[in-house]
Ligand binder design. Structure first.
Ligand code: NOJ
Length: 782
């Protein structure tokens, strides 16, 4: 049905002289191969109508037109690599471009879409992509922050709203979710994912795909998601971005691949390759990865795009000349070349000299056309360019309310001694720190379409929430850093850092004075947003610059010290944990950051977030993650023990474990009760635990279930998250939480990479975080 309406719709909308199915033969190139048998799909898809439509279209395409579809150009203002596409308009008109990214608004998108639809021979519409990472115009907390909500509705809602806005703003394709497992906080991009845990990361991956794509991609308010970065990008050695990755196949299958697989199973439409190598072959040229695993084993039927100039970067990786690596990647399973123009430059000649077959180009071209078809672009290429919808949708009050709510739910209370928090709305506070008044940092990194001028600073939020009864004594107290080169670097990439030219002694003295005149200190410290994200690895993960000196001086005043953290990675906060009275992790909380943080500080919302990454005591402990393997020489805490797996200068413990986060109330846990102590592989084990709100506030708790396979044919982690429930408990209320454990939860990859369970002893742990748990045992029988 769609096929017929397509031609007409396109004809009418584009105002073209001919419908899409009627190529203008006069403009065909002399060398172009004509309709060919290779345009049949390699295998039938689930949609025969689509197959027929695309076969029909491809039969009319010249070789150059097909190659053009494989080319993705960066249109404009956001550059995430060393080069940017040239002559985009001209290339669109020539049919040399299949999609563009880095431009939006209905007007801009329509202009380019018209260029493609009206000028190219077959009137094939463009894809419009963008890095919609944590919201589009309405910005949510950074992804790491959203993940600490432990609330899949929150995760999905953030992606849904992002899709509503992006699709109203000319876009039909988002470069998200990033599901790379990350266990090294030095890596700046840990900010963009859901943390260190495989099972949890898989849940987030699915929720995000659901949020972006909905159930029908042809709807005008859904967009195609792009899973990235395939694969293992989060395991860059030493946490240095773009660095080498090396890991065993077993670890890959067991710990790093499942979130990608989960997103594929959720139906993600496209996949982006990663810059790193996988098993010695760069991901972008890795046939095992992109064809055998992704397509043959996992059944992915969408298209694969490279990361920014990733094909060109195979030359310095040592894989061959530019032309050679282009052919290699196409054969390995890449369909679209982001910015590098290697396909555009070399493929035609390579078909002529026989080094590339047209069938490989057909395969890639078909997948890209299928994506356009699935998005309904052949039916209506302008479906995402409705200005009125943009006006009605973008940043509507409901979305602003949602981001405030999502931000509050993402915050993690790390410490709260003597019930320092929540604060009173009367008396006075010293509001101190380089982030206290910042608006730019609130929307974090990767918020290209977000307008930071609309973001609420914490100072403004406190005024909004606490009202006039509270006196605020403000002092900046410290610059983010006094390293001139770092400041220049940050500002060169949109840092907007306002640097105070006073000496740090002068700034600290002013802050101390404000503290002395106040009842309580709220110190807002952390990283500037530009210190996080892509190409923002840090070797030192303590508070930058003079910020710790500032905290030390404030501490000496004897006033209660509340530390509000804003940062994109786990930080090493040993001193802060020992000395702050309260500490709240807020990440970069988005457009409504200030209001949301103030809601938490003044008790309008009781914090419920839990960490999804381990916080180390010092950077030398990293990588540090809760689901590590046992060693043959575990350290049992005996000071004088020498030949144990330990450091001489620091314990093995994290500062804050995975799953950790406090509340203004307290929760007490009963012992986990098992329905049986032994199950067969087909039986379900029921685990119940009684949780009571034993404190003075209503609150939410994330009840966590971990498993350990005690004896197995391969070594298994000491503990693995397998389920959780976020529950709401009124003051004094108790609830019984029930979990069901099935054979699926007990499976792992064996040395033959088979996904199996093995009968034997298991331990089960239930608790408030990965460390503070209660244990029970059960057996899986044959
Ligand atoms: C490079 C980044 O690695 C990737 O995440 C992003 O989507 C692309 N650039 C496009 O901006």
């Amino acid at each position: 049905m769609r096929k017929t309406s397509t031609a007409f719709a396109l004809l009418l909308l584009a105002g073209c002289a001919q419908p899409i199915a009627q190529p203008d033969t006069a403009t065909q190139t002399a060398t172009a191969p004509q309709a060919n048998a290779a345009s049949a799909p390699a295998s039938q898809s689930a949609d025969p109508e689509m197959d027929a439509f695309i076969s029909d279209l491809m039969a009319k395409m010249t070789l150059d037109e097909k190659i053009g579809q494989l080319n993705l150009a960066a249109v404009g203002f956001d550059v995430t690599g060393p080069v940017v596409s040239q002559n985009v308009d001209e290339n669109i008109r020539k049919g040399n471009i299949g999609g563009v990214f880095n431009t939006f608004t209905p007007v801009a998108a329509r202009k380019l879409q018209e260029m493609a639809v009206k000028n190219t021979r077959l009137h094939i519409p463009l894809l419009f992509g963008y890095d919609v990472i944590h919201g589009h115009r309405t910005i949510f907390p950074i992804p790491l922050g959203i993940s600490t909500s432990w609330d899949m509705d929150v995760v999905e809602r953030s992606a849904r709203i992002a899709a509503e806005e992006a699709s109203a703003d000319g876009l039909n394709w988002v470069f998200s979710p990033m599901v790379d497992i990350a266990r090294d906080p030095r890596w700046g991009r840990i900010a963009e994912g859901a943390g260190e845990d495989t099972w949890y990361g898989s849940q987030v991956a699915k929720a995000m795909v659901r949020g972006y794509q909905g159930t029908d991609l042809t709807k005008e308010n859904t967009v195609m998601a792009c899973l990235k970065h395939f694969a293992l990008y989060g395991a860059a050695e030493a946490g240095r971005d773009y660095n080498t990755v090396d890991m065993s196949m077993l670890r890959m299958y067991q710990e790093y691949l499942p979130p990608y697989k989960a997103a594929i199973e959720a139906g993600v439409g496209s996949v982006m390759t990663s810059f790193n190598e996988v098993n010695g072959v760069p991901a972008t040229a890795n046939k095992w990865l992109m064809t055998e695993l992704l397509r043959d084993e996992w059944g992915f039927d969408g298209f694969v795009v490279t990361d920014y100039t990733a094909i060109n970067e195979l030359v310095p990786h040592g894989l061959g000349t530019e032309a050679e690596v282009g052919a290699l990647t196409l054969k390995a399973g890449v369909d679209m070349d982001m910015v590098g123009e290697v396909f555009l430059k070399h493929l035609n000649q390579q078909v002529k000299d026989g080094s590339v077959s047209e069938a490989d180009i057909d395969k890639a071209c078909r997948r890209i056309l299928e994506a356009k078809y699935k998005l309904g672009l052949f039916e209506d290429p302008y479906r995402y360019t409705n200005e009125q919808r943009a006006t009605e949708t973008i940043m509507k009050p409901e979305f602003i309310e949602a981001t405030r709510d999502i931000a509050r739910k993402s915050m993690v209370l790390l410490k709260n001694s003597k019930q320092t928090l929540p604060l009173k709305k009367t008396g006075s506070i010293a509001l101190v720190g380089p982030l206290a008044k910042s608006q730019r940092d609130m929307i974090g990194n990767w918020s290209g379409a977000g307008d930071w001028k609309q973001a609420v600073s914490l100072e403004q939020g406190i005024r909004n929430v606490a009202g006039n009864g509270l006196k605020i004594n403000y002092a900046k107290g410290a610059n983010f850093t006094d390293d001139k080169q770092m400041i220049d670097r940050l500002n060169a990439h949109g840092g907007e850092l306002q640097i105070d030219t006073r000496t740090s002694q002068q700034m600290i003295a002013e802050a101390v004075k404000a503290a002395q005149a106040s009842d309580v200190i709220v110190a807002v410290v952390g990283e500037s947003q530009g210190m996080t994200g892509e190409a923002a690895s840090r070797a030192d993960i303590t508070l930058p610059g003079q910020q710790q000196e500032l905290l030390k001086a404030l501490k000496k005043t004897g006033k209660p010290l509340v530390v509000v953290l804003m940062n994109g990675r786990p930080l090493a906060l040993q001193w802060e944990e020992e000395n702050a009275d309260a500490m709240l992790e807020t990440w970069f909380a988005g457009t409504q950051a200030g209001n949301a943080i103030a809601d938490v500080l003044f008790g309008a919302y009781n914090p419920s977030g839990k960490l999804t990454t381990t916080f180390p005591q010092v950077v030398g402990q990293v990588p540090l993650y809760y689901n590590h393997k046992a060693t043959g020489r575990p350290y049992g805490g005996q000071m004088l023990d020498k030949y144990k797996s330990r450091y001489m200068d620091v314990s093995n413990e994290p500062l804050y474990p995975f799953g950790y986060g406090l509340s203004y109330t307290t929760f007490s846990y009963g012992k986990p009760q098992l329905s049986k102590t032994s199950i067969t592989p087909t039986e379900t084990l029921e685990v119940t635990v009684n949780v009571t709100n034993s404190g003075n506030f209503d609150g939410e708790e994330v009840v966590q279930l971990y498993l350990q396979d005690v004896h197995a044919s391969v070594t298994r982690p000491v503990k693995e998250l397998k389920n959780f429930q976020k529950i709401n408990l009124k003051k004094g209320e108790s609830k019984t939480v029930t979990f069901r454990v099935t054979q699926e939860d007990l499976k792992f990859y064996n040395t033959d990479l088979e996904y199996v369970y093995e009968p034997g002893a298991f331990k089960l742990y239930v608790g408030t975080n990965s460390r503070d748990v209660q244990e029970a045992d059960f057996t899986l029988t044959k």
